[in-house]
Design a protein around this ligand. Structure first.
Ligand SMILES: C[S@@+](CC[C@H](N)C(=O)[O-])C[C@H]1O[C@@H](n2cnc3c(N)ncnc32)[C@H](O)[C@@H]1O
Length: 246
């Protein structure tokens, strides 16, 4: 795959994701601010869970020159796009976060300084997510952080409806409601002859599972997994950056 092809598809991916997360770039900046506050100025190791084509991994590496990032994702095509779009301090590996052996694939022997995730962990069922959080609590050093940027409900039906309406209004205001959607992006990708050989036959256009955990339930899961503190540091509607401190 040519680098320019990968870059074009990642730019298009970012626009597609902004259809659902109008403040995605600001949310990335908040994640980076949390990582910066936790790791300081020395060398640090950060793992990006469900990294897709590496949008967050690349931004962390660009903003924090002392940080090395390992992105983990189960989708080889997205990883292939990411590999052409991220620099030497980003390593992308293929692994399923529901399999307990995934940390071995990172090649990181010592404790991690931070783990981050963006718009990915709502795909994991609650038991798999609880197991993942226990793994993170084992792998992160004391004082290390887990930072999860994702849409998470508030656990009250009227509030959740209002939070959804707030996000939709924001999306219309910034105009990203007109961006290509998830199914259209995958369909267009399938029609690109340069990428056809890399497709593995899975159907990405169908909707994936949602664990529907609220931000409060997520924080409780993290505390139960061994994190000392857990709570949101940023919110817009139902969009959150949830931080847990080891
Ligand atoms: C909506 S994308 C977000 C990608 C990226 N974090 C971003 O913000 O652009 C969700 C990603 O989670 C990945 N994912 C979902 N379940 C996974 C699992 N069990 N193991 C590894 N990756 C997973 C998908 O392959 C996909 O790349």
């Amino acid at each position: 795959m040519q680098v320019t092809t990968a870059q074009r598809w990642v730019r298009r991916w970012d626009a597609q994701q902004e259809r659902y997360i109008p403040d995605r770039e600001e949310r990335f900046r908040v994640v980076i601010d949390v990582v910066r506050a936790a790791v300081g100025t020395g060398p640090a190791r950060v793992v990006d869970l469900g990294c897709g084509p590496g949008s967050l991994s690349a931004r962390i590496a660009a903003a924090l020159p002392q940080v090395d990032v390992v992105g983990v994702d189960a989708d080889p095509l997205l990883l292939g796009l990411g590999a052409a779009n991220t620099g030497p301090r980003v390593k992308l590996i293929e692994a399923d976060l529901c399999y307990p052996s995934w940390p071995d694939r990172t090649g990181l022997a010592g404790p991690w300084d931070a783990a981050v995730s963006s718009t990915a962990l709502h795909w994991l069922d609650p038991d798999s997510l609880a197991a993942l959080y226990r793994t993170l609590a084992e792998r992160l050093r004391p004082g290390g952080v887990f930072v999860n940027a994702d849409q998470m409900g508030l656990g009250a039906s009227t509030l959740d409806a209002i939070a959804g309406a707030v996000r939709e209004a924001r999306t219309a205001r910034v105009g990203t409601d007109r961006n290509e959607d998830w199914a259209e992006w995958w369909q267009a990708l399938r029609e690109d002859a340069e990428l056809t050989p890399l497709l593995d036959g899975r159907d990405h256009s169908t909707s994936h599972t949602e664990n529907d955990l609220t931000v409060h339930q997520q924080a409780a899961l993290l505390r139960a997994a061994g994190f000392a503190e857990a709570g949101p540091v940023w919110q817009f509607g139902d969009d959150h950056v949830l931080v847990a401190v080891r």
